[in-house]
Ligand binder design. Structure first.
Ligand code: AVI
Length: 356
């Protein structure tokens, strides 16, 4: 049966140059591999398992905050068009629907075409009043996408959950938000999930769990390189290691060579000294101040900020910095608390005013 509320757009993101990037990363003085390559089919399964681990507080905490957002009213005169980055699974969006009323359009964006289209179609079937447009694209393709064609008459809200922003470098995060600012325009918003700085006693086990699922996730990158690029990494000769970089507030994941060894990859010989590491991922942890700075650099300000009782994770609503909200910020210094954005932190355990 044809669904009148469902369509797909396939921008056919170019196949990434996996071999070129791997060779480039492994020939640096400090060897690196890009975390985007974790997510082959097995990597996605492992990541789903990670999200359910007792030590990995991230997903559970984010969902608990979403459950507390019983009614999230955005001061928008139009219906909302929610654009979800990494929306191959509609799971979090379905939770968001409980608290964010008046969503007229949903645009999940992902490069995993099959999962994206299937999930989006299911959602369209379950929600006949919601228009669903699944967009298979990578982030670079978003800039030139004709958003107006799809979101005219709606207020755009980009939903970027999971603290995936923490896996980007600061300059990548700034470029992405700056591009999103152009996409949502002066009246749109970003709803952003960000993992917060916290004691190492909570952070380290989250990335080095007792069952070894995160270690398997990390090592799976070498397995993928063996399978897809014909390399001969011996996985037993590498160990998963977590380091906390205090200066940059980030968890680093590494694969450390247990021996002096040689690996062959596409005609190239790679040497590993005993104890040498391959840096595979950064997972940055934020503070309200660091998000405020990132937002300001990209033309946004924090309109709302919700966190959990332990301050482990935050969901923040970023709005455009316009002359109107600069005036509102000034006015807030004389505390107009009737505005929905301007509630005091002590009015709710999970919500706090943005501009106080
Ligand atoms: C996807 N991303 C937000 C995860 C994180 O926590 O940085 C990836 C991850 N790496 C190890 N565990 C989870």
């Amino acid at each position: 049966m044809t669904l009148l509320n469902f369509q797909t757009v396939d921008l056919a993101p170019a196949a990434q140059d996996f071999l070129g990037e791997v060779l480039q990363g492994l020939s640096q003085p400090v060897k690196t591999l890009a975390p985007k390559y974790f997510y082959d089919d097995h990597g996605m399964e492992l990541f789903e398992k990670i999200c359910e681990l007792p030590e990995y507080y991230v997903t559970r905490t984010e969902l608990s905050i979403m459950d507390e957002l019983s009614s999230l009213a955005l001061p928008a005169s139009n219906q909302l068009a929610v654009i979800e980055l990494g929306g191959a699974s509609s799971f979090k969006f379905r939770r968001l629907q409980r608290s964010l009323s008046d969503i007229g359009m949903y645009i999940p964006v992902d490069i995993c075409r099959q999962a994206l289209f299937q999930e989006a179609q299911k959602l369209a079937r379950d929600c006949p009043d919601l228009k669903v447009m699944a967009l298979c694209a990578d982030y670079q393709q978003l800039e030139s996408f004709p958003w107006e064609t799809y979101t005219a008459g709606f207020t755009p809200v980009v939903y970027f959950p999971g603290s995936t922003i923490g896996n980007l470098t600061p300059s990548e995060a700034k470029s992405l938000l700056t591009m999103l600012r152009r996409i949502v325009g002066p009246n749109g918003y970003i709803l952003l999930g960000c993992d917060l700085v916290k004691p190492l006693s909570a952070l380290i086990p989250a990335y080095d769990d007792a069952q070894g699922v995160t270690a398997e996730f990390n090592l799976n990158l070498l397995r993928r390189i063996n399978r897809e690029l014909g390399a001969n990494f011996d996985l037993a000769q590498f160990r998963h290691e977590i380091r906390y970089n205090t200066a940059e507030n980030k968890i680093e994941m590494h694969l450390v060579s247990l021996a002096s060894q040689t690996v062959h990859l596409a005609g190239t010989t790679l040497q590993f000294a005993k104890g040498e590491s391959i840096h595979t991922e950064d997972s940055r942890k934020f503070t309200r101040r660091s998000i405020e700075n990132l937002a300001a650099e990209s033309g946004f300000c924090i309109d709302q900020w919700w966190t959990d009782s332990r301050d482990y994770f935050a969901i923040t609503l970023l709005g455009s910095v316009t002359s109107a909200n600069i005036l509102s910020m000034r006015a807030n210094q004389s505390a107009d608390l009737s505005h929905p954005f301007l509630r005091r932190a002590d009015q709710s355990p999970t919500s706090s005013a943005a501009r106080g």
